[in-house]
Design a protein around this ligand. Structure first.
Ligand code: ATP
Ligand code: MG
Length: 440
């Protein structure tokens, strides 16, 4: 991508409305724009990051056996009347009427709709287990939308829903998502800690919030510090292996970890003082087993091996991609801007032409841009006629992991500089070596 032909509206000044660093940086880097309170456009640079986040989420959901579909944002109120949640949900639900005066709503979540899809076609235990997910916009009329896309009214959610014949089978489905979440957040460059969450009337232990430690987080959390170094389940984890997945769950729930809602002071005090971590955190995911809460009122049942009909046991599993992007920035930035983990960086490399219009600089940059693009890299080429200082500031602000800098003096020697955004380390090398650094 040539910057001269791209759309990346950088802000020079710090936006006053932004209270936390991720919001400030997303606005300054031209990633998002607020359209009305708590409702955002994702501008091209932001969209690139969001797409990469979603690709990783999707990859890990598929690995764990979940199947993608797409459900609409607008739902009929009827479904929600069946489950009893239409009245219970309250003011967070945006209620709309169509031209026939039929009550509709902008979905805040999809348990009812997915249960409807399930009951319309699945009749036998032989079709289980089943886990259906989508990545779709949600709307919740939050009382206090704030911090940009961290807590917005319209936001994106990956929501998966599992269906099983028995509670035991549902636990395995839960453990699959548990392990998939650990892998997902790790690939996004984050350390997320699963913390006990309220199960309400369902009871039991199968509800966890995945929390990233950050000073600007809205939740108050308490956990054992060893979680910070726990091993993540590997790429070759066998998601069908019941015992192996149970072992992952057992290990990751063996030490104390709870948000303030579930906090048990006495249990926390039993943790040796030096191992206690009390901090603030951002909830980036939430998984929940809720048994037959929706299948019973909505009549979602299958025939079991015993020939009888059974209400299916369900769970739901959410991740917030539009919250994850700012959460990644909260965890990875410096005074100059964002530092993207390679896995979600909007571009892999930015090529900076320090003197656009200078033949040697132009030729060198074109050569590098073409070679890296051909090798399948996402390259941003700053070919604008801005001053070199402005270009350096922009490259640092948008956080692309590697910069290749071509200035007249180095280019005259057949050389360029390669800068690592994270460490700031710069190295001078031949043009060929610079290309090979990223292609080889
Ligand atoms: P919170 O306590 O932060 O309001 P929640 O418990 O309402 O979250 P869930 O219903 O469990 O959230 O939704 C699943 C995921 O969707 C959350 O873990 C979060 O990542 C994301 N999410 C929820 N509400 C918002 C929001 N207003 N803006 C952005 N992301 C959100
Ligand atoms: Mg909420």
């Amino acid at each position: 991508m040539r910057l001269s032909r791209y759309f990346m509206p950088i802000l020079k000044e710090n936006p006053k409305e932004a209270e936390i660093v991720s919001h400030r940086l997303m606005l300054r880097a031209g990633m998002i724009r607020q359209q009305s309170q708590g409702i955002y456009s994702w501008l091209p640079l932001g969209k690139r990051v969001l797409d990469k986040v979603n690709a990783i989420i999707r990859d890990e959901q598929n690995r764990a056996g979940a199947i993608e579909l797409s459900m609409p944002t607008l739902q009929s109120a009827e479904l929600w009347q069946e489950s009893g949640r239409y009245d219970a949900y309250g003011k967070e639900m945006l209620r709309i009427k169509d031209r026939q005066d039929r009550p509709m709503l902008y979905g805040p979540t999809n348990e009812e709709m997915v249960t409807d899809i399930f009951r319309s076609s699945v009749k036998s235990y032989k079709d289980l287990p089943l886990n259906l997910y989508h990545i779709q916009l949600k709307f919740r009329d939050e009382i206090r939308p704030r911090f940009g896309t961290m807590r917005s009214r319209e936001f994106m959610m990956k929501d998966a829903y599992s269906f099983d014949l028995t509670r035991e089978a549902a636990e395995h489905s839960y453990n699959k998502m548990f392990a998939a979440y650990l892998r997902t957040f790790d690939r996004l460059g984050l350390r997320a800690i699963p913390m006990r969450a309220d199960t309400g009337p369902i009871g039991g232990k199968l509800s966890h919030e995945f929390i990233i430690l950050a000073d600007t987080g809205e939740s108050e959390v308490f956990c054992h510090k060893d979680f910070v170094d726990f091993d993540i389940p590997g790429e070759h984890t066998d998601f069908d292996n019941v015992e192996a997945l149970q072992a992952i769950f057992d290990k990751w729930t063996s030490l104390y970890a709870a948000t303030s809602e579930m906090h048990d002071e006495a249990a926390f005090n039993a943790v040796p003082e030096g191992d206690r971590l009390s901090a603030r955190g951002i909830e980036v995911g939430h998984i929940f087993y809720f048994g037959t809460k929706y299948s019973e009122p909505m009549g979602a049942k299958v025939q079991g091996p015993d020939g009888k009909e059974h209400f299916v046991h369900m769970g739901s599993y959410g991740i917030g991609p539009t919250r994850l992007v700012p959460a990644i920035i909260e965890a990875s930035h410096d005074d100059n801007g964002i530092i993207w983990p390679a896995s979600v960086a909007p571009f892999d490399i930015v090529v900076i032409n320090m003197k656009a219009g200078d033949q040697a600089c132009d030729d060198t940059c074109e050569l590098i841009y073409a070679a890296l693009s051909k090798a399948g890299k996402d390259v941003l080429y700053d070919d604008t006629d801005d001053r070199a200082g402005t270009k350096f500031a922009t490259a640092d602000l948008i956080g692309v992991p590697a910069q290749i800098i071509a200035g007249p003096r180095a280019v005259a020697n057949g050389e360029v500089e390669v800068k690592d955004r994270k460490t700031g380390a710069r190295e001078t090398m031949t043009i060929e070596a610079a290309i090979n650094r990223f292609v080889a």
